[in-house]
Design a protein around this ligand. Structure first.
Ligand code: BGC
Length: 742
């Protein structure tokens, strides 16, 4: 191991430089444009109390199966000014119709905001966010959000309820599919990329939409992984692991923030002044508006912190909630609460100001129909370049988990039999939260394979997702006589993850696992193609399958992207953004754990471990294979304190295999002795590097002071002098180390 410290890496300098670079993104935080305030105040001065409360109100439309409808009551609410914002209404036609009511039939002609869950695409559907996170490719992720915004704004929308940046360490929780996984550093970089993608160059551009960071805060840590459940942890832990992604998104300029359903430290998020005022507004300087999640103000009655909806509204407004999503609490009770002195006029006015500012910012007062150009809509949705981008991101999101006997890539001369309920399926490919995506627009795996070679393969379903019927097994097994390779597409149905889709069991549903294991017995290579929204626990498949590809749900271009990887047109480069457990008993499971006083020692009973299961995951965070191989030499710490970096770490990386390929080189750090316990490793840098066979490259990492800072014993944020372990490698487990003193 090479140990290098440099005399220039002295604490004083380190701290001085640190002050300069503590918040590298502070400059991009959303600030209202100059000149807007006068217009906002002039409008506010004309508004009645009811009209003001209308601006604080957001309602959904009822999107019927045959087309959009809106409950008559809501249209009247728009007309009277009682509802200033809508969600779940899109298409230029429908948006125009509703906007017309707002700007032609209301007293003050204030345009509506139109929100929608554009989570991983509008019409062209990209991989689910957890899948995209596996690409570790920030440019590709930003592009995905950009294309999504281009399409969504062409279809009338100006506000997306994304990015979802909740840290997910518990795969039982179904909403891990919407986030970027378990790590705050990777999650933060992805959060920034998504905000940039959605909001574009500047708000007001016709293809820029407001981003909404959600769900603030800590929604990803419900007890037992059960959706909506209680969240409780120390403030230190919360700040170290759960808050950074929200902060990164806010500092990247996100204009709006959505509260979460859960409580934190005994107070529901939608009534939590500590979160909304102290942290979000005062500490981070957020100047956009805060919207609740769906009826989460009302749900504070169930939480048991208020007796009725009226009190819930008072708690929410006083905590800093500006907009009530779907609860109708502000609409029904706020004027009464004001009369009683339970809320202040100033607080209401401030909420209205925050919302109006963004309506001005978007340019809606100049042209309320700017997102309603039917011609643009027609050209934009599913445009060939959007589909091409989706295919590119999709293949980058695939993770090769296992590849024995060089089963992959396939060659065209092999006879392939495609098996499994997801082999010829389109309905599940867009995953959950699939915007306005249509299953019919998806390329199935069967079609993707046929696009490569129509002659050498056939499809046999084998079994269903949940149905216990095994009568299809025999045909599938018999195919071993005539075919060279099984490609088995198994996994979850889309609605098995996402909201309200927690699972207590993490295996493959139904008899799918049995089918795979039966096929393995034939001795023919079995290539398992997984499609799912969360890490699964599949130890037997992990052991017996010949090759395994994690493909999540890849959206519109699923079949083409998987075929690209299966046939080696694209060499897989994805790495897991979440640890895959061996069994449910291990969860929550994550790489950045702390040491404990009795760290795991296989030879000692009295250390932190299970008696019936390994501590390690099946596949760790950051893991993913390639069709080529990479070798890391020992890392070196180079002396280089600059205004922007705390240190520079260099490592030599070589492509030792026979194919060109991309590797995600990862840098982890550990503060060996801190004033408080610190994780055994934390990701603090990564780079995706393309190398030709035999090519060697020196890769440099430059973590900043901010990257090495944490909440110290006294809860101030900063670094501490002392020894650090610096680790570099291709996943969170196989790492080469060097020590450095700071
Ligand atoms: C979800 C949010 C979503 C909202 C509006 C809620 O149920 O928790 O993530 O943005 O609905 O659709």
């Amino acid at each position: 191991m090479q140990i290098m410290t440099h005399p220039r890496l002295i604490p004083t300098l380190f701290f001085l430089f640190g002050i300069l670079c503590l918040n590298p993104l502070a400059a991009q935080i959303y600030r209202p444009s100059k000149g807007i305030e006068l217009r906002v105040n002039a409008l506010l001065a004309k508004m009645t109390l009811d009209e003001k409360i209308g601006q604080l109100t957001l309602y959904t439309t009822d999107w019927g199966s045959t087309g959009p409808t809106i409950r008559e009551g809501y249209k009247n609410d728009i007309r009277s000014g009682a509802c200033g914002n809508l969600f779940n209404s899109h298409t230029t036609l429908f948006v125009r119709e509703l906007q017309k009511v707002a700007v032609e039939e209301t007293r003050l002609k204030i345009p509506l905001l139109f929100g929608f869950d554009v989570i991983h695409g509008y019409k062209t559907i990209f991989p689910i966010p957890l899948g995209e996170a596996a690409s570790w490719d920030l440019e590709a992720i930003e592009k995905s959000a950009r294309v999504s915004a281009v399409e969504a704004t062409a279809a009338g929308l100006n506000w997306t309820f994304a990015p979802m940046v909740d840290i997910g360490r518990d795969p039982r929780w179904g909403r891990v599919m919407e986030g970027a996984g378990e790590d705050p550093y990777l999650g933060s970089r992805i959060a920034e990329a998504r905000v940039r993608g959605f909001q574009g160059k500047k708000l007001g551009d016709p293809d820029a939409m407001l981003a909404c960071v959600k769900h603030f805060a800590g929604y990803g840590a419900p007890i037992g992984g059960r959706d909506y459940n209680t969240v409780d942890m120390s403030e230190r832990y919360f700040r170290d692991f759960y808050l950074p992604t929200y902060e990164a998104a806010v500092r990247a300029g996100a204009a709006t923030v959505m509260t979460s359903f859960n409580d934190y430290d005994g107070v529901p998020a939608s009534g939590n002044k500590f979160l909304l005022d102290n942290i979000l507004r005062k500490e981070w300087g957020f100047e956009g508006f805060v919207v609740t999640d769906y009826t989460s103000i009302n749900e504070m009655v169930n939480h048991g912190v208020v007796a009725n909806d009226k009190e819930a509204g008072e708690l929410a407004l006083n905590a800093g909630v500006d907009m009530d999503m779907q609860g109708a609490v502000y609409q029904r009770f706020l004027s009464q609460s004001l009369k009683e002195g339970k809320v202040s006029q100033a607080q209401i006015d401030e909420g209205v100001r925050r919302i109006l500012r963004l309506k001005f910012e978007l340019g809606l007062f100049e042209d309320p129909y700017k997102y309603c150009d039917a011609e643009r809509e027609k050209k934009s949705l599913l445009a060939p370049e959007h589909r091409a981008a989706a295919r590119e991101v999709a293949r980058k999101s695939i993770v090769l988990l296992k590849n024995e006997r060089q089963a992959l890539p396939l060659s065209k001369s092999q006879k392939i039999v495609l098996i499994g309920p997801l082999g010829d399926n389109k309905s599940e490919l867009n995953g959950n939260w699939n915007g306005a995506g249509n299953a019919d627009d998806c390329v199935s795996l069967r079609e993707g394979l046929a696009n490569v070679d129509r002659t050498n393969f056939m499809y046999i379903p084998g079994c269903d997702f949940e149905n216990p019927d095994k009568s299809g097994f025999a045909d599938a097994i018999r195919a071993a006589e005539k075919y060279d390779v099984f490609v088995v597409a198994v996994g979850e149905k889309a609605m098995m993850s996402g909201e309200a889709a927690a699972r207590a069991l993490l295996g493959l549903p139904g008899v799918q696992e049995e089918l795979v294991l039966e096929l393995c017995k034939t001795g023919k290579p079995v290539v398992v193609v997984l499609m799912n929204g969360r890490p699964l626990a599949i130890p037997e498949i992990a052991e017996k399958a010949t090759a395994i590809l994690e493909t999540w749900w890849l959206g519109t271009e699923t079949g083409n992207a998987i075929a690209d990887v299966l046939y080696g047109v694209y060499n897989p480069s994805g790495k897991l953004p979440m640890s895959f457990p061996r069994s449910v008993g291990q969860v929550p499971i994550f790489y950045n754990e702390k040491s404990t006083g009795r760290p795991f020692d296989p030879n000692s009973k009295w250390t932190s471990k299970y008696i019936d299961e390994a501590n390690s995951p099946q596949w760790p965070f950051g893991f993913g294979l390639s069709y080529t191989t990479f070798e890391y030499r020992e890392p070196k710490v180079i002396a280089a304190v600059t205004a922007k970096t705390a240190l520079t770490v260099s490592v030599t990386l070589t492509n030792t295999g026979k194919l060109p390929g991309e590797e995600v080189a990862q840098l982890y750090v550990r503060d060996l002795v801190g004033s408080v316990t610190r994780p055994v490793k934390e990701l603090k840098g990564f780079q995706k590097i393309m190398l030709q066979p035999g090519e060697t490259r020196e890769v440099k990492f430059t973590p900043t002071e901010h990257d090495l800072s944490f909440y110290r014993r006294d809860m101030t944020f900063g670094t501490e002098p002392g020894e650090y372990e610096i680790m570099v490698g291709g996943n969170s487990q196989e790492l080469k180390k060097v020590k450095v003193k700071l």
